[in-house]
Write a protein that binds this ligand. Structure first.
Ligand code: SF4
Ligand code: SF4
Length: 163
């Protein structure tokens, strides 16, 4: 398909209207007006509802980890950030639990697919927006750290995940 180029008028060919429009925008931004400066990190930036932060695992009311190691999240995770080692839950009618649940935050793209796929509502993207580590190894969050994140943060269950 051939797209015809729009013919420019003589004035447009001088680029003066475009330059004038740019100058007006620049001038508008240099005039005194109310500025909003974020004082982060001293004053935390408000996190909007539905923010997708660091994934976290949650426990149920009895303190048991909700994850049943079905490995659906591991399967759907696009960058393969999740690694699960399943084990049998001794003396319980729950078949499996994750003996290991590692989440590589260097790979995670905060897409939320794990949360969407989880049949147990065991993993959620928390509102933790800052994530700082000292080494690549520290960026791989173990189950205990993920549970800590899930345990101390309110996990709003999204409408599409609460069915
Ligand atoms: S948010 Fe996306 S990339 Fe991160 S662990 Fe979940 S599925 Fe994987
Ligand atoms: S977090 Fe959910 S989807 Fe992932 S293994 Fe556990 S139960 Fe399955």
């Amino acid at each position: 398909m051939k797209v015809e180029r729009k013919k420019l008028s003589l004035l447009q060919q001088t680029y003066l209207p475009q330059i004038a429009a740019g100058m007006i925008t620049t001038l508008g931004n240099t005039l005194p007006r109310e500025r909003v400066t974020s004082q982060y990190p001293e004053a935390p930036t408000p996190i909007p509802p539905g923010y997708r932060g660091v994934p976290a695992l949650v426990r149920d009311e009895t303190g048991r980890i909700k994850c049943v190691a079905c490995q659906l999240c591991e399967f759907v995770c696009p960058p393969e950030a999740i690694k699960i080692v399943a084990a049998e839950f001794p003396g319980s009618n729950v078949e499996k639990y994750p003996a290991r649940f590692d989440l590589n935050m260097l790979r995670c793209i905060y897409c939320g697919m794990c949360e969407e796929a989880c049949p147990e509502e065991a993993i959620f993207l928390s509102d933790v927006a800052t994530f700082v580590v000292g080494s690549r190894d520290e960026a791989v969050l173990p189950k205990e750290k993920l549970l800590e994140l899930g345990g101390v943060r309110p996990m709003p269950i999204r409408k599409w995940a609460s069915k």
